[in-house]
Write a protein that binds this ligand. Structure first.
Ligand SMILES: *[C@@H]1O[C@H](CO)[C@@H](O)[C@H](O)[C@H]1NC(C)=O
Length: 357
């Protein structure tokens, strides 16, 4: 008791001397997420179980809050819907959310208890996992997302980096569906040095200005995508560099909605991309998506322009197209192709200039 009083006295006395000193609020149970939400230094110390139909709402963290994650946080299966709250939401300016270097921390979504092969198209309701709505040079790094029910990261906000993220949904290869890794509708987002094994897009950029996707490995899913871009949406300045896509249906792709009447996709660069065992199409650009599926005829007033593909190489399976382009006449322009070496070569290019096929 005397010792504790001394410690207390010391910290009170030392506080004015060191303005940076903050007491870390430690979360060791679900209730702690609410208790610590107004602290600027938080340690999530698993194991922690989040009860069914409860979520972590940290949408309003204080500016500059630092969060450290260690151990495992398990989200009990519930009945929240894809359109409802995400299992965890983090928002605020200048936030850092980092795994402990010696025990990086796992967020376990218990995907296997939801997966029914239907994803967001039906079956049991499935919540999205992680909503990022941070701004002002925020960083998420060095932790693992395990077994997301459906989409993993829904990224809004701006000026945020996600790095050294592991997203392991490999257990869902037979029944997981729509388990996108990073869905981006935000400006100034960098995603780098991360590893993904899932069953849908590794990256899907729907509406954004300035997205960098660097040094990432994508396994098992639908590749690195812009879109589907809906009528009226604008995607500009996307750089995808030094990434590997393997055992996936597509390598790199740009897809926009059939019949779009406005919007644009421009300044897109895919550089130093390795493809391995791509089963449908290595490179694909198409303007014929309707309700999530291609219809086979491109009709569009949503131009795709200034697209650079440099050093895109590797393999597709024997039945796959190495390059497939289906654009409305005059709507895919300023394509710059160099060092495209995808084998076996089988190409189909309609409506793009210059053609590159
Ligand atoms: C390219 O990405 C891989 C991970 O996929 C990484 O190990 C490597 O260091 C990166 N290379 C450069 C030049 O950044």
């Amino acid at each position: 008791m005397i010792f504790q009083l001394l410690v207390l006295a010391t910290s009170v006395l030392s506080a004015p001397l060191d303005p940076r000193a903050t007491t870390t609020c430690v979360v060791t149970s679900y209730a702690g997420f609410a208790t610590c939400a107004s602290s600027t230094s938080i340690h999530i110390k698993g194991p922690i179980t989040v009860p069914a139909n409860e979520v972590i709402d940290w949408s309003g963290l204080k500016s500059g809050t630092e969060v450290l994650l260690s151990g495992t946080v398990t989200f009990t299966k519930g009945t929240l819907k894809e359109s409802g709250p995400k299992l965890i939401t983090v928002g605020g300016s200048g936030i850092t959310f980092k795994g402990d270097p010696t025990d990086p921390g796992i967020l376990d979504g218990q995907g296997a208890s939801y997966w029914d092969g239907k994803g967001s198209n039906g079956g049991v309701p499935k919540p999205k996992f992680f909503r990022v709505e941070t701004t002002g040079t925020s960083v998420f790094s060095n932790f693992k997302i395990l077994n997301a029910p459906v989409q993993a990261f829904s990224i809004g906000g701006s000026d945020t980096t996600l790095e050294h993220i592991t997203y392991d949904n490999s257990a869902g290869d037979s029944k997981g569906h729509n388990t996108d890794a990073f869905d981006v509708s935000a400006n100034g987002i960098t995603i780098q040095n991360s590893w993904v094994h899932n069953q849908d897009d590794c990256l899907a950029v729907n509406s954004a200005n300035t997205v960098n996707f660097l040094n990432n490995i994508c396994i098992g899913g639908h590749g690195i995508s812009i879109g589907s871009v809906a009528s009226g949406a604008v995607v500009e300045n996307v750089l995808v560099k030094n990434c590997t896509v393997q055992s996936s249906t597509f390598g790199v792709r740009i897809k926009t909605d059939y019949g779009a009447t406005s919007g644009s996709v421009s300044k897109i660069t895919y550089e130093d991309i390795t493809l391995k065992d791509i089963s449908t199409m290595g490179v694909v650009v198409r303007q014929d998506y309707e309700n999530g599926d291609p219809v086979g005829k491109a009709v569009s007033k949503l131009p795709i322009s200034d697209v650079t593909l440099t050093n895109v190489h590797g393999t597709v399976t024997s039945s796959a197209d190495s390059v497939f382009i289906l654009c409305a006449t005059g709507e895919c322009t300023e394509f710059t192709w160099s060092e495209i070496n995808i084998t076996p070569k089988k190409t189909s290019c309609v409506g793009v200039s210059p053609t590159g096929c």
